[in-house]
Ligand binder design. Structure first.
Ligand SMILES: *Cc1c(COP(=O)(O)O)cnc(C)c1O
Length: 360
């Protein structure tokens, strides 16, 4: 009997990478593998995409783990570094870094090294989270240009706040600010687009595109599933029925009795819960696939199991496979129905969940 497992389809991953390369053939493509590869296993994802132009991570430790397991692709630290003690590691392990604030800039400029560091100056064109404010960007660019340890020319990047809102003018405004700044300078590479930019804002596809969620075959916009863009879901989340029970009309099920049957039925108990990362926020009625048919989640998600209504005439048996999301049940649908983000559903998967890799 299968325990809670995420089946990761490497062929779908490679298909998605290649599809995104074709969509923007003159751009390099970064495989963003932060947060354990959005729950898919960062090392295995990076190994499968060993031919990727770039790997992107958020933290220095994530980059070191990739290097330790033999990943030789260029790696970019999307949040940069947090202390000057990281700087020798950048040199030793050939890590490129984002520079998003003056503190990082000061640490970098005070560092002495024979070897050069490749940097990406991050401009705050409207996200207002990380990035140098536009009125301070000239000065930051000049400081980097004068530094002896910074590789020239300097690369520029920015990040969109609303690229999944197709009629929000902020994205075009961010592109314009980026272009106004960069057009007057001799710069290296430009990087603007993450998943939303790559799919919905063709003008933002530049030298380097940063693909996170779409690489895993999931859309950043839950009402436009990734399948519409010829992207294939990489993960199938599965488990098994560990009990099939008779349930009478009027009886409740689970903690706090949040569901009560209005007819006699059969209840299936599935061995997956929030201890595996199947969110406790998922509500009554969330679809679950049992033997190819959609049945509703009922009652609270427990730590180790969930309950589903198999219906009065169910013939399902203990041991039968259950699919929580995947190709036949897009995670976008689960997210949309529950007002949740597919990003969060995937990255909150826990270490108890087994990861199994297939090629087909
Ligand atoms: C996480 C991240 C990405 C990837 O975002 P997706 O929406 O998953 O494609 C790209 N760029 C930066 C700076 C990020 O932090």
């Amino acid at each position: 009997m299968k325990a809670a497992t995420a089946i990761i389809n490497r062929s779908a991953l490679i298909h998605n990478y290649n599809t995104l390369k074709k969509l923007s053939p003159n751009s390099q493509l970064m495989a963003v593998v932060k947060a354990n590869g959005y729950g898919h296993g960062a090392l295995e994802i990076a190994k499968t995409l060993h031919f990727a132009d770039y790997c992107g991570v958020a933290r220095v430790d994530e980059a070191l783990a990739l290097r330790e397991s033999g990943i030789t692709s260029p790696i970019l630290l999307l949040e940069g570094f947090v202390s000057e003690y990281c700087l020798p590691l950048l040199i030793e392990h050939q890590l490129e870094t984002v520079i998003h604030c003056q503190e990082q800039l000061d640490m970098l400029l005070a560092f002495k090294s024979e070897q050069l560091i490749k940097v990406w100056l991050k401009l705050d064109t409207g996200m207002h989270r990380l990035g140098i404010r536009m009125e301070e960007a000239e000065n930051a660019f000049m400081q980097l240009s004068c530094s002896a340890i910074v590789e020239k020319p300097i690369n520029l990047m920015t990040h969109f706040a609303c690229s999944d809102e197709l009629d929000n003018p902020l994205t075009q405004n961010q592109i314009n600010q980026f272009d106004t700044f960069s057009q007057t300078k001799a710069i290296g590479l430009s990087s603007l687009a993450a998943s939303g930019g790559i799919l919905f804002w063709p003008e933002s596809r530049r030298d380097l595109n940063r693909a996170g969620i779409i690489l895993y075959g999931v859309s950043p916009l839950t009402n436009k599933p990734a399948i519409d863009f010829d992207l294939k879901p990489v993960m199938q989340l599965e488990s098994s029925l560990i009990a099939v029970r008779r349930h009478l009309k009027g009886e409740s099920v689970g903690y706090n009795a949040t569901w009560t049957g209005d007819r006699d039925t059969t209840i299936g108990v599935v061995a997956i819960g929030y201890g595996d990362g199947y969110s406790r926020s998922l509500k009554n009625g969330t679809p679950v696939l049992v033997n190819g048919r959609e049945v509703p989640l009922i009652g609270r998600v427990s730590m180790d199991m969930i309950t589903v209504d198999l219906g009065p005439n169910a013939t399902d048996k203990v041991g039968d496979t259950v699919i929580l999301w995947g190709k036949a049940l897009p995670i976008e649908r689960i997210a949309l129905q529950n007002g949740l983000s597919p990003y969060e559903l995937m990255t909150q998967l826990t270490s108890r969940l087994k990861l199994e890799y297939i090629d087909e």
